[in-house]
Design a protein around this ligand. Structure first.
Ligand SMILES: CC(C)(COP(=O)(O)OP(=O)(O)OC[C@H]1O[C@@H](n2cnc3c(N)ncnc32)[C@H](O)[C@@H]1OP(=O)(O)O)[C@@H](O)C(=O)NCCC(=O)NCCS
Length: 162
């Protein structure tokens, strides 16, 4: 994994991440403008995973006081099942903890078995359901939550300046 870098999202990532969004989320993909808007949002903390300089995955989170919310996570299809989403989520949890968050939550489609398996493996638990939350196609959302402990997430290691 020496060719792997996790870094804060920067302007240079925006084009590649908009493409990644289309591949991962189709009609519901965030476009370049939506992603670029988060560069100047103080509550947004988006991390990009680069492999040999290519942006192959990313995670978007928002931290407000002691809560973190995951808005986006995606890995290019050819790089899936290699632990990259797990690494990104662990990094986001550490960064969120360092910013004061003590829990992290997200929504997921009940049909998204890959993502649910990932979250459960990381310790997330179901805490609720939002009826009709998703569109295209319409679907409920499971709400998942993970408590962030100092023991597990007390050390941040994000590269902020590259
Ligand atoms: C969900 C997603 C982010 C997972 O990324 P990933 O890098 O493949 O995940 P990891 O390699 O870290 O997987 C960790 C664990 O999650 C589970 N998992 C991941 N993908 C899975 C799949 N397709 N089927 C079953 N379990 C899966 C496994 O337990 C896996 O561990 P293992 O490979 O040792 O069995 C990726 O499939 C993706 O980008 N999907 C499209 C976008 C999306 O749905 N995002 C989530 C929106 S809520």
């Amino acid at each position: 994994m020496s060719d792997i870098l996790i870094t804060s999202m920067q302007q240079r990532h925006i084009g590649a991440l908009a493409e990644l969004e289309k591949i991962c989320f189709g009609a519901l993909a965030w476009n370049e403008q939506a992603l670029a808007d988060e560069l100047t949002n103080d509550t947004a903390h988006f991390l990009v995973l680069e492999k040999s300089g290519e942006a192959i995955g990313y995670i978007g989170t928002f931290v407000v006081v002691d809560s973190c919310y995951v808005s986006n996570i995606g890995i290019l299809p050819q790089y899936r099942r290699q632990g990259f989403a797990s690494v990104l989520m662990e990094s986001a949890c550490k960064e969120a903890f360092s910013l004061g968050a003590r829990s992290i939550s997200l929504e997921v489609r009940p049909s998204n078995t890959a993502a649910i398996s990932l979250y459960k493996k990381l310790g997330f638990e179901e805490i609720g359901l939002r009826r009709g939350f998703y569109r295209e196609p319409k679907e409920d959302a499971l709400i998942l939550n993970l408590d962030l402990t100092a023991e597990k997430y007390g050390q941040s290691e994000i590269n902020k300046n590259t």
